[in-house]
Design a protein around this ligand. Structure first.
Ligand code: LLP
Length: 401
């Protein structure tokens, strides 16, 4: 989606400089084309098997983008009543919504049942009873699966690994088994599936193969106990290229996921980052070029409140100039205006010369960018802009103070 024409950066044929001039900075800039391309690439990797793609909307909850995905037949993985409301109002079919999370509240469970979502991915035995009780009070039946924690090291950042036994997520195989047996006896519970999610930004296909193997063995055990399942939800986690990581192709990912699974089920996949990560950049402006005895700083107008990933995960995001200037590359720290030492987008990054008022694009910021932004330091959240059909439009206004 990105290309330089002469020295200027373009997104899908539109000049970033021109958009920035009109919208003001910072803002997120997305490509509809890239989003749809990512969705189709992911979806078609599973074309040989019955499946539902349930986009993990926590990655990016912009309603306009959700509508685009909804129109393409995408479902959602949700983790709160807020996400439920947004998914439904954006046209996501409730029959394609799965609800995960260790701390579902009563009102959220009630809403989800009333909206007729496909299933709850249950993360504890008390939650099973809670859902049954609420479903009973509504005279309804709730479709459920248990989220199993397969104790797999997905070899990713410790903050985004979820499938290890010390993580708070899901139930170990034995406890989930007890849950399935208990659930069978509950009148307002309908057991329909199994769920697992081993982590995020995974670049090791072996972890998905192992998950596939463990889940399929477990499904056989359940079957022997008289518990048949219709849905196998393998979660999300497919990594993308931020720097020079080796990434898994969608076809190898599909192969890994399907490697051991039985064929007569409907597969559910919950990609978040893969769909929107590289379809968005954050555009920011250099406020000051500050040189000290030890360091050269580019102080920009976006902060960790706009994009928190570098501050909390030490995440790498490539940063490129919107106007390429000629000269020799130097080392720069790209920092925001927030009163925290971790408000740093890049350290000692080799970059072309830049001036105050120049724009920079922070790449691969589409996932967990805006959705994790905050008002810290009383800063208004950024605007969101979409390029579609050779035009750009604001799909969320900048917040006002
Ligand atoms: N399903 C479940 C149950 C999840 O918890 C997640 C992400 C996903 C699917 C989607 O995973 P993905 O395909 O995006 O890897 N804020 C972190 C990522 C946290 C992911 C949380 N769960 C980051 O910026 O890297």
């Amino acid at each position: 989606m990105l290309e330089y024409k002469k020295e200027l950066l373009f997104v899908d044929g539109l000049s970033v400089c021109e958009i920035a001039g009109e919208v003001g900075t910072p803002f997120y800039l997305y490509s509809r084309k890239k989003l749809i391309e990512n969705f189709r690439k992911f979806d078609s990797a599973f074309s040989g098997v019955k499946h539902i793609v349930c986009y993990a909307m926590k990655a990016n909850e912009n309603p306009y983008l959700l509508k685009i995905l909804a129109r393409n037949g995408c479902g959602c993985d949700i983790v709160s009543g807020g996400e439920l409301k947004l998914a439904v109002s954006s046209g996501i079919n409730p029959k394609r919504i799965v609800f995960a999370g260790v701390g579902k509240r009563d009102d959220e469970i009630r809403r989800a049942i009333l909206n007729g979502i496909l299933m709850f991915n249950i993360e504890s035995i008390p939650e099973l009873y809670r859902i049954d009780k609420i479903a009973k009070s509504l005279n309804k039946t709730a479709g459920i699966s248990f989220r199993v924690n397969p104790d797999i090291d997905a070899k990713t950042h410790p903050h985004i690994t979820t499938g290890l036994s010390h993580n708070k997520f899901g139930l170990c195989f034995e406890d989930a088994f007890a849950g399935y047996i208990l659930g069978k006896a509950l009148k307002n519970i309908k057991i329909i599936g199994i769920h697992t999610h081993i982590g995020s930004q995974i670049s090791d296909s072996g972890s998905f193969v192992l998950a596939s193997k463990k889940i399929s063995k477990y499904i056989r055990k359940l079957k022997d106990a008289g518990i048949g399942l219709k849905y196998i939800d393998m979660g999300g986690g497919l990594g993308i290229k931020y720097k020079d990581e080796k990434i898994i192709s969608t076809s190898d990912y599909a192969k890994a996921i399907r490697s051991h699974l039985p064929e007569n089920h409907t597969l559910i996949l919950e990609p978040g980052r893969f769909l929107i990560g590289n379809a968005g950049v954050m555009v920011t402006k250099i406020l000051y070029v500050k040189k000290t005895l030890k360091k050269n700083f580019l102080v920009v107008d976006a902060g960790m409140n706009d994009l928190v990933r570098p501050a909390i995960y030490g995440a790498y995001h490539e940063i490129i100039p919107v106007i390429k200037r000629k000269g020799i590359k130097h080392n720069w720290d790209v920092v925001g205006p927030i009163c925290e030492s971790s408000d740093v987008f890049a350290k000692d990054r080799r970059m072309l010369p830049a001036k105050a008022d120049d724009f920079l694009a922070v790449l691969c910021a589409g996932a967990y960018g805006y959705s994790m932004s905050s008002n810290y330091n009383q800063r208004a959240r950024a605007a969101e802009v979409l390029v579609e059909n050779n035009k750009w439009r604001i799909i969320r206004c900048r917040e006002k103070l």
